[in-house]
Design a protein around this ligand. Structure first.
Ligand code: SF4
Length: 319
């Protein structure tokens, strides 16, 4: 990782939910990572692992239980007044289900312009021109501005969601499973759109997904989460070439390889058992109930999240 100050720094982030009756859900537990300006950081893990809660806590939809989120040198959860307003402009979110996040009674033009209106950026002719430009930027047509969300396909609706996020010229976008609800044929187009916009606008992304195949082509670095904890972080290349954590290895072995010869002969790591409840996680290493390499010490102590090679972090007693 380069030594300059990251745009986003997440330090020992915790988000616990008190469910009553003494039940505490540790959705995010001591998660730390940093994202440099212009970088794409992929955050991956099965459903319920805490990746979306991490994203929502970073953008301040949730308070923290512990730890800090530092954006551009400022603590996100302590910002007030002008600083907070600036943060709301600089960080935007693109959601998984574009239909649920678009108001069905508003025209696409007004949906895209919502942020422009809230922040008082443009009005009249300039506002209209900005909306039309955004539609063109995300690969839609100008005449789409007067239509309603139900008139669009899933991929087009996600393009509208992206245009809405871009309307106030943010520096950082959290994309929470932005392609999971789309047809496989459309997923690559939307990923390519994210890449194109990043190049044109110097954007920084936190790209959340439930499988490693989805983040491969967009991420510079990837973090893998399991049961509220980060278990491995490294560059995208290194993660695919040399995954260290047994959980990452199993996720990668589930991705089909397009070469039938290799696909037929390679070994799959099938995980035994269900993901344990985060309400009652196993002692020691959270992955030990499904790990093919579990040893007695894995039940006794939580492995430390440490740098085992330059820039490659892993939480596992094997290293
Ligand atoms: Fe498996 Fe133990 Fe490593 Fe956890 S610490 S991933 S149980 S080997």
């Amino acid at each position: 990782m380069s030594q300059k100050q990251p745009l986003l720094e997440v330090r020992n982030l915790q988000k616990h939910f008190n469910l009553g009756n003494g039940k505490i859900l540790k959705a995010v537990d001591n998660v730390s990572f940093a994202i440099q300006q212009g970088e794409t950081f992929g955050l991956v893990g099965e459903s319920g692992c805490g990746k979306s809660t991490t994203g929502r806590t970073i953008i301040n939809l949730y308070d923290t239980t512990g730890g800090e989120v530092i954006f551009n040198g400022e603590n996100v959860h302590k910002m007030k007044g002008k600083k907070q307003q600036e943060f709301r402009r600089n960080m935007q979110m693109v959601f998984q289900d574009p239909y649920a996040s678009l108001n069905p009674r508003m025209t696409v033009g007004n949906i895209i312009a919502e942020g422009i209106d809230i922040h008082g950026l443009n009005s009249g002719k300039e506002r209209k021109e900005r909306v039309l430009q955004l539609l063109r930027d995300v690969g839609l047509n100008e005449e789409h501005a007067s239509r309603f969300p139900h008139e669009f396909s899933g991929g087009q609706r996600q393009r509208i969601g992206i245009a809405r996020a871009l309307a106030i010229e943010p520096k950082f976008i959290i994309a929470d499973e932005p392609i999971s609800a789309l047809d496989v044929s459309v997923q690559a187009q939307v990923v390519n759109l994210f890449k194109k916009l990043q190049k044109e606008r110097g954007l920084t992304y936190l790209f959340i997904a439930h499988d490693l195949a989805m983040v491969k082509h967009i991420s510079d670095r990837i973090g893998v989460m399991y049961l509220g904890k980060l278990v491995e972080v490294t560059t995208s290349e290194e993660l695919y070439a040399k995954p260290l954590h047994p959980y990452t290895q199993s996720l990668l072995s589930a991705i089909p390889i397009p070469d039938p010869e290799i696909e037929r002969t390679r070994e799959r790591i099938i995980l035994e058992g269900e993901i344990p409840s985060p309400l009652n996680p196993p002692s020691g290493c959270p992955f030990r109930t499904r790990c093919p390499h579990a040893m007695p010490e894995c039940a006794a102590a939580m492995p430390e999240f440490k740098e085992v090679e330059p820039g490659h972090y892993v939480a596992c007693h094997l290293y």
